[in-house]
Design a protein around this ligand. Structure first.
Ligand code: ATP
Length: 241
C-alpha cells in the first residue's frame, strides 16, 4: 500500500450470498481522491461500497481500508472503522422525530462525545461546511430533498472521516440540486477527504471530472485514471439505467 493510499483491495472476490458479484478486484485509492463508481443496475457498486465499510465480509483476497485489514477485522473494530468513513445513501436517513441539530447531537453522543460545548461547536462547524448554518433548527420534513441530503453529508462529516462513501447520493434530486450536491462533495474532497461516489448520472462525470471506475461483467474496470480523461461523453457511450 503506497503511503498515500487509503483504500487497497487485491485479488478480492465480492459475493452476495454464494454468488460472485465481482472478482479479481484490484483497487487502490489515494488519500484525497474523488472516484466515481459507475455500472449497470445490479453490477456490484453497492456491494463494493459495503465491502469497504465492512458490511459485507471480505473472505477472498486482501483489503485494507484506513489501516484496517478487512479479512481479519473483528466485530468490535467495525465501529472504529466506520468512524473513519462517512456514509451517504440515496434515501436520506435522518431521524424524522427531531430537528437537524438533535439529529447531529444524537450521532455525536452515540460516538462518545461528552462535552456539550464541543458538541455544539462541532455541529456548527459541519453545518457551515455544508452551507446550512441557519437551518439546524428545522425538522427534516421542513427541508427540501437537496437540503436533507446536505444534512446527511453534515452528519457524515461529524467525526472527521477520512473517506466518504456515497451510494447514489443524488438519486432523488433534480438535476440542478444534484449539481450543487456533487459540487459540495468535490469541495469536501479538496479538503483532503477521499470520496467514492456510486452514480447512474453520467452527465455529472463530464460536469465535475474525476477518476471513473466501472463495475462491468463481474469486474472492476478503470475507465479514466485522471480528470482530463473524464471528459468523454458517457451519456453517449452506454446507458446505465
Ligand atoms: N443482500 C443480498 N443478498 C443477495 N444478493 C444480493 C444482496 N444485495 C445485492 N444482491 C445482488 O448482488 C448483485 C449486485 O447488487 P448491488 O446492489 O451491489 O448492485 P449495484 O450496482 O449497486 O446496483 P444498483 O445500481 O441497482 O444500486 C445484484 O445481483 C443483487 O441482486
Amino acid at each position: 500500500m503506497s503511503e498515500t493510499s487509503i483504500i487497497k483491495l487485491n485479488n478480492a472476490i465480492i459475493r452476495q450470498s454464494d454468488n460472485i458479484i465481482l472478482k479479481d478486484v484490484d483497487l487502490e485509492i489515494e488519500r484525497g481522491e474523488f472516484v466515481y463508481l459507475i455500472g449497470r443496475v445490479g453490477s456490484g457498486k453497492s456491494s463494493l461500497l459495503k465491502t469497504l465499510y465492512a458490511d459485507l465480509p471480505l473472505k477472498e483476497g486482501t483489503g485494507k481500508v484506513v489501516g484496517y485489514y478487512l479479512p481479519l477485522i473483528k466485530n468490535k473494530q467495525v465501529p472504529f472503522l466506520r468512524r473513519k468513513i462517512g456514509i451517504v445513501f440515496q434515501d436520506f436517513q435522518l431521524l424524522t422525530d427531531r430537528n437537524i441539530e438533535d439529529n447531529l447531537h444524537f450521532v455525536l453522543k452515540a460516538t462518545g462525545w461528552k462535552n456539550s460545548n464541543d458538541i455544539k461547536s462541532r455541529i456548527s462547524e459541519v453545518l457551515e461546511k455544508v452551507k446550512m448554518s441557519n437551518k439546524g433548527y428545522k425538522m427534516p420534513h421542513e427541508l427540501s430533498g437537496g437540503e436533507q441530503q446536505r444534512m446527511v453529508i453534515a452528519r457524515a462529516l461529524l467525526n472527521s472521516p477520512d473517506i466518504i462513501l456515497a451510494d447514489e447520493p443524488t438519486g432523488n434530486l433534480d438535476p440542478e440540486t444534484s449539481d450543487d450536491l456533487v459540487r459540495l462533495l468535490h469541495d469536501i474532497s479538496k479538503s483532503g477527504k477521499t470520496i467514492v461516489m456510486a452514480t447512474h448520472q453520467h452527465d455529472l462525470l463530464a460536469k465535475f471530472p474525476a477518476r471513473v471506475i466501472e463495475c462491468k461483467d463481474g469486474q472492476l474496470i478503470e475507465i479514466s485514471k485522471n480528470k482530463a480523461e473524464t471528459i468523454i461523453d458517457f451519456t453517449e457511450s452506454e446507458t446505465f439505467d
